[in-house]
Ligand binder design. Structure first.
Ligand SMILES: [Cu+2]
Length: 203
């Protein structure tokens, strides 16, 4: 072997070692992400991986534990800052979206993440055969009637009803749903009118 060949050989070995180190690092990050994703960023935080909006998990459902049954991931968003009043938010500038349009009947869990800049919530309402989403009458308080509600996720970092899901946080709820059509709404004053509703079919 010539000197230059030996040098190339050493360089080649160094490059290979570097690549292996990078691969190992990436692998550990992926493993950490997988753990965070599987057990929620709350677990990741306890394990010291870091959590929260800037956490390693990168998950859109922050701090949500493993939920039973069919899981529907719901995203709550709004454009504009918190100073925008509900009047200026009218006209579909807020959105409530689910990652699936239908689920089998039985145990259904909703993992709800607020990616907006103001508090939001999720309320699950029945939808009559002749009723379409977005058509509920809005009261003078800016809300729709919650009669017949099957449940809600409005608890920051927790299950069930609360004071609203704060920006950058998640809430969740598990229900037993029978076949039918349902309307998922955010009933913070003004938000239904601004477009925060979607349909879910249970079959
Ligand atoms: Cu809302």
């Amino acid at each position: 072997m010539t000197r230059s060949a030996a040098a190339r050989g050493r360089r080649g070995w160094l490059v290979a070692a570097l690549a292996a180190a990078v691969a190992a690092l990436l692998g550990s990050v992926l493993v950490a992400s997988a753990w965070a994703g599987a057990f929620g960023s709350g677990t990741a935080a306890r394990w010291g991986f870091g959590a929260g909006p800037a956490g390693l998990s990168g998950s859109s459902s922050r701090g949500v534990p493993a939920l039973p049954g069919a899981v529907v991931n719901v995203s709550l968003v709004n454009m504009g800052g918190p100073m925008m009043g509900q009047r200026t938010m009218m006209g579909g500038s807020m959105r409530l979206s689910a990652d699936r349009a239908s689920v089998p009947a039985g145990t259904v869990s909703f993992a709800v993440t607020n990616s907006g800049s103001v508090d939001h919530e999720l309320v699950i309402l029945p939808l009559a055969d002749n009723q379409q989403v977005g058509e509920r009458p809005i009261g003078p308080d800016g809300k729709v009637d919650e009669a017949g509600s099957l449940g809600e996720a409005s608890n920051t970092g927790g299950q069930g009803a609360g004071q609203g899901i704060r920006p950058g946080s998640s809430g969740w709820v598990t229900l037993t749903l029978t076949p039918g059509r349902y309307e998922l709404v955010c009933n913070v004053p003004g938000h239904y009118g601004a477009g925060m509703y979607t349909e879910l079919t249970v079959s």
